[in-house]
Design a protein around this ligand. Structure first.
Ligand SMILES: Nc1ncnc2c1ncn2[C@@H]1O[C@H](COP(=O)(O)OP(=O)(O)O)[C@@H](O)[C@H]1O
Ligand SMILES: [Mg+2]
Length: 250
């Protein structure tokens, strides 16, 4: 008996099934105590290995996403921001909008939770194995500009087009010149009706021609983003200043 047990461990080691080795004794005890079959035991044992592999995969998807933090929807205080429809946000985390190639635009002043919500939805997508990437608008444009200088713009645009979900944070915080606006348009146009994009911005749509310095380009970008989009307009107080407000009220 001991020798077959040792032999089994050796086999599992050879097959690199570490989790099955770790849980072998527990599972043997469990099936003996509950009088379960060989199939039940093996199912339970392999489930340990699968759970571990899945957890690793999710961790690496989240890492690849380059999120600024790992805050999730459960960490968001909806009571603090009553202008947000909680059910609508929860619906976004079901990722229906990705299947429908729709966009989300979080619009509002600084500190109201735009980046937090965009990140939470991105993490939910990464956990469900949708290829997801988070990038600040300014960094995205820097990368595209560099690629253009190095004659590899097409490849870079294709790279950013392949993500099922691209989160572009802080559109409009820094001005964008005409050439960069065209790069931004190219990317939005390539993703249009194929992939979902989440945008966060503090600029109302009727002021976008000031951000892009050109009303024609601004309109072309807006047209494509808003054609299939959910707009989440947040009009509340800054969460960053909430303790400050509390102190003032005391
Ligand atoms: N309603 C909220 N509940 C919990 N944390 C929040 C809430 N709103 C904002 N925060 C936190 O406050 C900080 C600022 O929010 P952030 O999403 O970066 O704002 P924005 O992108 O709109 O400027 C972050 O640390 C975020 O996690
Ligand atoms: Mg932000």
């Amino acid at each position: 008996m001991t020798s077959t047990y040792t032999g089994l461990i050796k086999n599992l080691e050879y097959l690199k099934l570490k989790q099955m080795i770790t849980h072998l004794d527990d599972v043997i005890d469990f099936i003996n105590t509950n009088n379960l079959s060989f199939v039940d035991g093996l199912t339970k044992l392999t489930a340990h290995e699968i759970d571990f592999k899945e957890a690793n995969m999710i961790r690496s998807m989240v890492k690849v996403g380059a999120f600024p933090h790992t805050k999730e929807i459960k960490d968001f205080d909806f009571d603090f921001q009553p202008s947000i429809n909680q059910q609508q946000i929860l619906d976004f985390t079901t990722l229906r909008f990705i299947e429908a190639q729709e966009n989300l635009v979080f619009l509002g002043p600084s500190g109201v939770g735009k980046t937090h919500l965009a990140t939470s939805i991105g993490i939910a997508a990464a956990k469900k194995r949708y290829s997801t990437y988070f990038i600040k608008c300014h960094d995205l444009l820097q990368q595209l500009k560099k690629a253009r200088l190095e004659n590899r713009l097409d490849a870079r645009l294709k790279h950013f087009t392949k993500y099922k979900l691209l989160i572009i944070d802080e559109l409009g915080y820094l001005p964008i010149n005409k050439d960069d606006s065209k790069l931004f348009f190219q990317l939005i146009d390539m993703r249009y009706e194929k992939k979902s994009t989440i945008l966060t911005t503090n600029i109302n749509f009727n002021n976008w021609d000031e951000v892009f310095y050109d009303a024609v380009i601004a309109n072309a970008i807006l047209d494509r983003i808003l054609h299939h989009a959910h707009i989440i307009s947040i009009s509340g107080k800054s969460y960053r200043l909430k303790d400050h407000f509390k102190k003032e009220g005391e």
